[in-house]
Design a protein around this ligand. Structure first.
Ligand code: SAM
Ligand code: SF4
Length: 337
């Protein structure tokens, strides 16, 4: 199929065009962030995961159906063996399909090893999670993470020549809300963008989500004490609403699933580590793509038809409630954040 043939073919019942896929390539991680995972986690048996070849096959199907933006995530994607091969193969889809942007979300710990080869394979943008600049607190929030390794990863990403490097910070009351300004200043000093994310009730964790919840409006009010911010209509394909910072190239974004529901303009679907196509992060509507590709391994047209048909069950929106026990038992690491 030539690039010109790639027409948007994924349109749901509400007229939303699906042009963005997030693919979780592993549920494992070298960190155990308190909002993302329980202290003790049981990971999926390896045979249940899509193989790297299957991941490329699934992404090819999506990109032949008009998907322009692929984000590789996890778990921690960079701890999957041979991940550099995956980036090479997915990068090549830019020549033959609708794919325009290949992006990744990572905790940064493995970037000194992979940043350069990823940029060479055509990875465009990279998001790095950073919730604290204090080494002890960083360790508390990630349970196992080493701040210095992540700072070295951020430096490696800056040197590698990606289109843009962005930080992601989940702000939690009483845990890191006193670092909101410092994190933004760090982004500005390093010519990076930063997005603040509202915590979502995905999977069981060891704290009460409603006690730690910090809204984007609260974060914004704190930032406005230190920076001159102007709301913008910048779009990067994701759900962030961005502000410009006077005197700086850095953008400050907010991902606000609770306070500013972005479902109306949702353009995305997710594929979980075991190949389940999830039509909404906050609902269970899904299609088992792994079953299809293992039964009919080379039939990309069949796979594409299943993806087209799935548009019929994409729900109108999510239904998060912080006060109730999670209705979504999947951790973010399985779903792909
Ligand atoms: N390991 C990589 C990382 O940390 O960037 C990629 C996967 S992680 C699941 C993707 C993003 O989801 C991270 O920015 C993380 O902070 C965010 N995240 C994880 N659990 C979350 C939750 N319950 N609510 C909001 N964001 C969450
Ligand atoms: Fe790992 Fe990312 Fe989850 Fe932290 S947020 S535990 S780094 S998958």
């Amino acid at each position: 199929m030539s690039k010109l043939d790639a027409q948007p073919q994924l349109i749901d019942r509400f007229g939303r065009h699906v042009t963005y896929v997030r693919m979780s390539i592993t549920d494992r991680c070298d960190f155990r962030c308190v909002y993302c995972m329980d202290e003790e986690m049981t990971f999926m048996p390896r045979e249940q995961l899509l193989t790297l070849e299957e991941i490329v096959f699934v992404l090819r199907a999506f990109c032949e159906l008009g998907v322009e933006n692929v984000r590789i995530t996890g778990g921690e994607p960079l701890i999957r063996r041979n991940v550099d091969w995956l980036f090479e193969q997915v990068g090549l889809l830019k020549h033959s399909t609708a794919l325009k942007e290949l992006n990744i979300t990572t905790n940064g710990s493995q970037l000194p090893k992979y940043a350069k080869s990823m940029a060479e394979s055509g990875v465009d943008r990279i998001n790095i999670s950073l919730d604290s600049l204090n080494p002890e607190r960083f360790r508390e929030l990630t349970r196992t993470g080493d701040l210095n390794a992540v700072l070295a990863g951020i430096e490696a990403a800056k040197q590698a020549g990606f289109k843009r490097v962005k930080l992601n910070a989940v702000i939690m009351k009483g845990r890191n809300d006193d670092e909101i300004i410092d994190l933004a200043q760090f982004a500005i000093d390093n010519d990076l963008d930063i997005s603040y994310i509202e915590e979502m009730p995905l999977g069981h964790v060891s704290h009460q989500r409603d006690e730690s919840y910090c809204s984007s409006d609260e974060v914004l009010a704190i930032l406005q004490q230190a920076f001159e911010l102007t709301s913008s209509d910048i779009q990067t394909g994701g759900p962030s609403h961005y502000y410009r910072v006077a005197g700086s190239k850095s953008k400050i974004g907010f991902i606000s699933p609770h306070s500013h529901n972005f479902c109306e303009s949702c353009n995305r679907v997710r594929v979980t580590t075991e190949g389940r196509l999830l039509l909404c992060l906050g609902q269970e509507h899904s299609v088992d793509l792994r079953e299809i590709i293992r039964q009919y391994p080379d039939d990309i047209e069949l796979l594409k038809q299943a993806i087209i048909d799935s548009m019929e069950i994409k729900p109108k929106g999510h239904d998060f409630n912080l006060k109730e026990e999670p209705i979504i038992f999947r951790h973010m690491s399985v779903t792909g954040g």
